[in-house]
Design a protein around this ligand. Structure first.
Ligand SMILES: [Zn+2]
Length: 206
């Protein structure tokens, strides 16, 4: 039986999503030790860490949690070099993180029952990804799509035009539950949130 346990951010951390399946996986790890300890209580030994992108508030807990680490190929260098698209001011200097495997559009991460498809959705950073379980209609949207008309900022390694294209792309997905990188998950009328963010981006960037 698959279970998704959201660990919602307090302060600087991103949200973290623990997926309990045949493999124990976490999506993002927060900014540092405090969130990592909360994650450890829920997840125990972790098999796989998937980072949605290389910003410190999503990768800062990696060093406190073991596990095979996956990130999109375009964010690999920023993660390994410890430059994190100039976001270290959020969390203080952070050593680069070790990446075991890079991801690209269309990859499928098999956790057991759950299979997560990698959607390359640049705009927030060049290698930002969303993870989509089409069977259950679950979308882990990182810092690409947020609820209530919000979306990730584009001024830390990102691109306005790419953000707009990515939001257009994910507006069409069938989503039952949206698990964003910040703010609370959404379980009702998700399509409204998908469309609202796209409308906001069109007003700003078109
Ligand atoms: Zn970010």
């Amino acid at each position: 039986m698959v279970r998704v346990v959201p660990i919602i951010s307090r302060g600087m951390d991103s949200n973290v999503y623990v997926i309990q399946d045949e493999k124990m996986a976490v999506i993002d790890t927060g900014a540092g030790r405090a969130m990592a300890e909360r994650v450890r209580e829920v997840a125990g030994d972790i098999d796989i860490i998937i980072n949605t992108h290389a910003h410190t508030d999503h990768c800062g807990g990696n060093r406190f949690l073991g596990g095979r680490t996956l990130i999109h190929e375009k964010d690999r260098t920023e993660a390994e070099d410890g430059t994190f698209y100039r976001t270290t001011f959020l969390t203080g200097a952070l050593a680069g993180i070790d990446i075991d495997q890079t991801l690209k559009e269309g990859d499928v991460i098999e956790l057991g029952e759950m299979k997560l498809r990698v959607l390359h959705t640049p705009g927030h950073t060049p290698g930002s990804i969303c993870l989509y379980d089409d069977e259950r209609g679950l979308l882990f949207s990182g810092d690409t799509l947020f609820p209530d008309g919000a979306f990730g900022r584009t001024d830390f390694g990102g691109s306005d035009a790419e953000m707009l294209a990515s939001l257009e792309r994910i507006a069409d997905l069938e989503v039952e539950t949206l698990y964003p990188g910040h703010m609370a998950p959404v379980t009702e009328n998700v399509r409204e949130h998908q469309e609202f963010a796209l409308e906001s981006a069109r007003m700003m960037f078109e």
